[in-house]
Design a protein around this ligand. Sequence first.
Ligand code: ZN
Ligand code: ZN
Length: 178
Amino acid sequence: MTALRKDWDTYFMDIAFMVSTRSRCPRRHVGTVLVQGKKLLGTAYNGAPMGVQDCSEAGCMIVEEFEPTAGDEPNGGMIKKQRCIRTIHAEQNLLLFTDRVDREGSVVYVTDQPCWTCANMLANSGIAEIVYYRLYPKDHGKVAGLMEQRGLIFRQIANYAPPADTEVQDGFSPPTHR
Ligand SMILES: [Zn+2]
Ligand SMILES: [Zn+2]
């Protein structure tokens, strides 16, 4: 059973993509919205804490880590990956700026499948459902297993295309003042 019809899915995912364009990290733009019934209760994107220089001002803060490859290499292949750790993830910002009581039984729409840490936090946040668009293969198996155990709906939005000009892969707009 899904709580919302497909046209509501599209509506709220479109908003998540609009929100993601606020991100100032050139490596990844993630947007998320919290929905209770059909009511929008919060929006968030990945960004540095308020009053702290963001990626567009100070550059990304890159760490390199070895991660298992997504494939089925017999030797358990590892690949070196770069990540920007300057930003608070969109899902964590959403939890910081919404109230627990509002989240009970709510739905989170997010442009990208949550990473393991965000999924773990969302699982304990009162929400009932996560809907995402872009897959994050590295953590997908772990996160799907967690959601199943926890009894939360976890699904990729079907038959969806983001609004024009909201999928920013590199380059970014001039910094805005806030
Ligand atoms: Zn960055
Ligand atoms: Zn995350």
